[in-house]
Design a protein around this ligand. Sequence first.
Ligand SMILES: [Zn+2]
Length: 344
Amino acid sequence: MRATVMFGAGDVRIENVADARIIEATDAVVIVSRACICGSDLWPYKTMEQSDTGRRMGHEAIGVVAAVGANVRTIETGDVVIMPFAYSDGSCVFCHDGLLTSSIHGGFFGTGVMDGAQAEALRVPLADGTLFALPVGKDDALMPSLLTLSDVMGTGHHAAVAAKVAPGKTAAVVGDGAVGLCGVIAARRLDAGRIIILGRHPDRIALAKEFGATDVVSQRGDEAVERVRELTGGFGAHSVLECVGLEGSMNTAIAIARPGGAVGRVGVPQDETMPASRPAFYNNVTVSGGPAPVRAYIEELLPDIVEGRIEPGRVFDRVVPLDKVPDGYRAMNERETIKVMVKN
Ligand SMILES: [Zn+2]
C-alpha cells in the first residue's frame, strides 16, 4: 500500500510500504477514506533532520473498518469511523476522567512510533477505546465537518474549555489557522459575548467572522496587546485561546488575559520553558490546556454538526489525492491554504 513518509525538512514522499494488518487482538485495520495535513505536521516539515527510514505522517482520519482483531467488541468490519489523533484504551483511570490523551496504554499516531493516517490504510491499536463509529455513510455531505472531530474542532473546543469560556464573557483567539478558526466556533458555541480573533490573513479572517468572531486584531506583538486592551475597557479578555505554540503567541496570549482570566493553550509548544511566567503570576492568570482528548468530545460536538449548527469542515480549502500530499505540505507551509484534506 502507499503511505506518506517524511524523510527530513521539506522532504515528504509517497512510498510503497507493508500493508496495514492486525498485530494485536485489540487492533483494527482502517481503510482511510479521508485524512488531513495538520498545522502540527508543519513543525517537522520545517525542522526534521534528514533520516534514512523516515517518519510515517498523519493523525487525523475517517475511514472504513476492514478487519478487527479477536478481542475487539464494539467496532465491526464495515463501520465508518473517526480516528482521533491519539489512541486510548478507553478503560483506564484517565479515560474515565475524560483525559484520553493521557490513557495509560495510549499514544499518538504519525509520530514515528505509530504509523500515520496519510496513507491508504493503517493499523489502529485499542480499536474499541480509540475509534468512534459514525451513523453516516463514507460519502456523506457532512464528511469534511465530521473529519474535523479527529482533531481541529475537538482541539479548538478544548482550548475554549481550558480557557473557561463562559456565556456573555469576552474570548480572544490567538492564531487564525484551522484550530484557531475552530476555537472561534467553540467560543461561539459556549455563548461567549464577544470573540476577538488575532490574525492577519484576509481569507481566514473572513471565515472567522462567519464563524462568529466579533472583532479582528491584525496587529502583532505589543500593538496587538494594546489593541485588545482598548477593545476590552483596558482590562483584557476573560478567556484566551492560544492556538499557535510559539513564544511570541504565548506572550501575547498571557498579556491579553485580564487579571483572573484564563489561557487555554493547544498550540504544540515549540519551547521547553513557558514564556510570560511573571505576568501570568502577577495577574493570577490560569494557564491550562494540552493535547485535546478529542475522542471524549465527539459525542458532545457531533449533534451540532449533524443538525447543521456548526460547520467546521469549512476550514478545508483544498482537497488532494494521496499522490499530491507532498504538494499539500508545501501549500500549507506557504500559507496558500488553511487546511488540506486528503481524499482517497
Ligand atoms: Zn492535527
